[in-house]
Design a protein around this ligand. Structure first.
Ligand SMILES: [Zn+2]
Length: 320
């Protein structure tokens, strides 16, 4: 036993307990850009660094803005059992039934996404480049959150089932370990979303349906794993972190049968599709005027991406 370990060992930062880790949020916004048509790439490709770097602004705002926290989750189990037939999907009907305070208390994530889509459409109509980028970055963030099963449950960090830490385990540890090494992010191009409300509620309900598997699979794995194999110690930012071990993490991912990768891929596709839909609904404004003239190397990148868009087959998968 390392004597000094007791004072140096830390659990993951509290920030990571609530949303896809910073890594996954950045990955979602960045990869979504590549699914856009050339008319949007002229802005989004050039600003890919902004979209990636600001993918977690919404999380950071939670520390300075009280209203921000409930925008990142919805505790659906507060409204009964799956598929929660008592909860109206329309905001006005839900407010009439439960009152705004109750809804905010249990989280408003799906309605926040719809609000952001509407705001983004407005920003496109106004040709407001900075708002387009800010809202796109935030929209990708909230769509990412909607894909995390534990963002739809009051047992959000396994605190009710003696599984403290499972939130960051699922959404941070697994992507950080596996996204680059094993997962595939070649994804169909963006599609038009005919009914955003229906689409986003479908996403949230998929997440809710997966909560049980996320918890029970880890519980069963934990029972069958010796404690000294479950955790490992890793240095991160000059701090020794007690972390789920690589072996334990891989076993969990295998038992989840690709769930995290699937949710991440869909989050990327739906983010791109929502950006695209907002742009279409705004009348497909010309975005090239919002950028300064692209330097030659950027033009080359956009051209090759444009070819990729045209050559890609549109498969049957759709968001609507
Ligand atoms: Zn979040």
């Amino acid at each position: 036993m390392m004597k000094w370990g007791l004072t140096l060992v830390l659990m993951l930062p509290a920030l990571q307990l609530y949303c896809w880790g910073f890594y996954a949020h950045r990955l979602i916004n960045e990869n979504a850009v590549y699914l856009l048509p050339p008319e949007m790439l002229v802005l989004y490709r050039k600003q890919i660094g902004y979209l990636r770097d600001h993918a977690t602004d919404a999380d950071k705002r939670r520390y300075i803005l009280k209203a921000e926290a409930p925008r990142h989750y919805i505790d659906l189990d507060r409204y009964g059992d799956y598929p929660f037939p008592d909860l109206p999907r329309k905001w006005t009907e839900a407010v009439n039934k439960y009152g705004k305070d109750t809804l905010i208390q249990h989280g408003i994530l799906p309605w926040r996404i719809l609000e952001m889509m509407s705001s983004l459409t407005g920003a496109f109509r106004k040709h407001d480049g900075s708002s387009i980028l800010r809202l796109s970055a935030d929209l990708g963030h909230y769509i990412g959150d909607a894909h995390v099963p534990l963002h739809t449950s009051s047992n959000h960090n396994g605190q009710l089932s003696n599984q403290h830490g499972i939130h960051a385990f699922w959404e941070s540890r697994l992507p950080e370990l596996l996204a680059e090494k094993e997962w595939d992010f070649f994804i169909d191009k963006a599609v038009y979303v005919h009914n955003p409300a229906e689409m986003i509620w479908k996403v949230v309900m998929e997440s809710a349906a997966a909560v049980d598997s996320v918890l029970t699979i880890e519980a069963s794995l934990s029972v069958n794993t010796a404690p000294d194999l479950k955790y490992a110690y890793e240095w991160r930012n000059r701090q020794l972190i007690r972390q789920y071990s690589g072996v334990y993490s891989l076993s969990y991912d295998r038992r989840l049968n690709g769930m995290v990768e699937r949710r991440l891929r869909q989050a990327i596709h739906i983010t791109a599709s929502c950006w695209y839909t907002a742009w279409i609904n705004a009348g497909q404004p010309n975005l090239s005027a919002l950028n300064e003239k692209l330097p030659p190397e950027q033009v080359l990148v956009v051209d090759s991406l444009a070819r990729l868009w045209l050559n890609r087959a549109v498969k049957s998968r759709s968001c609507d």
